[in-house]
Design a protein around this ligand. Structure first.
Ligand SMILES: [Zn+2]
Length: 208
């Protein structure tokens, strides 16, 4: 029978993605065995994370500065935005070396079954960013929808395409919207795609 201190930590750990009751138990026992030093290190690392890492106000990625390093880089093409679901996708695309524009991180995709609608992800921020760029006289030229080709990714791309490309009499945006070439197999993850596949998917992107 565990003490309430152990139960509390188990409850917190079990909320982490990919951590079930057994793994949570192993973590707790590890900390009990290794003692105060290891606990203090974790405590400090978490404290540093929550104090230093924030959202980039431009692209919504996690970063220690806002604007983040990529958004602040004047050598990149700020008229081209690749829209991705998660921060891990940025890392994969950067690694492929094919894309030199900037990013917008949605922090998820539409998933009605899990209650994730347009308000739960960073769609309004993207539309606002496009609008502000136009107002500033530096309109976005291309939005590349770089989402995984699965059901949720497709639904999100369709939604964004309607929002971005539909000529609205009151507010014409006129931005070109493209998506990655079919190189990525259906249901595959951008995060795990190899560099060559990702680079050719970017090169062969097409207008929706
Ligand atoms: Zn940024």
């Amino acid at each position: 029978m565990y003490s309430s201190a152990v139960k509390n930590l188990l409850a917190v750990l079990e909320r982490l993605p990919g951590v079930g009751p057994k793994t949570a138990e192993r973590f707790v026992l590890h900390f009990l065995k290794t003692g105060k030093g290891e606990v203090a290190r974790l405590q400090m690392a978490l404290e540093e994370l929550s104090q230093k890492v924030k959202s980039c106000a431009v692209c919504q990625n996690f970063a220690e500065a806002s604007p983040c390093e990529i958004c602040a880089d004047q050598k990149r093409d700020h008229r081209q935005i690749a829209v991705v679901a998660e921060p891990q996708d940025v890392a994969a695309i950067e690694h492929s070396g094919e894309f030199h524009g900037v990013y917008h991180i949605l922090r998820g995709v539409l998933n009605p079954l899990e209650g994730i609608g347009p308000e739960q992800i960073k769609i309004a921020e993207l539309l606002d960013r496009v609008r502000r760029a136009t107002a500033a006289g530096e309109p976005i030229q291309e939005i590349i929808l770089a989402l995984n080709p699965d059901i949720e990714g497709e639904a999100t791309m369709n939604f964004l395409n309607r929002e971005l490309a539909a000529p609205d009499a009151a507010e014409p945006r006129g931005v070109k919207v493209t998506r990655l070439a079919k190189g990525l197999p259906m249901g595959s993850d951008i995060e795990y795609a190899d560099d060559a596949t990702l680079a050719s998917a970017f090169k062969g992107r097409r207008e929706i």
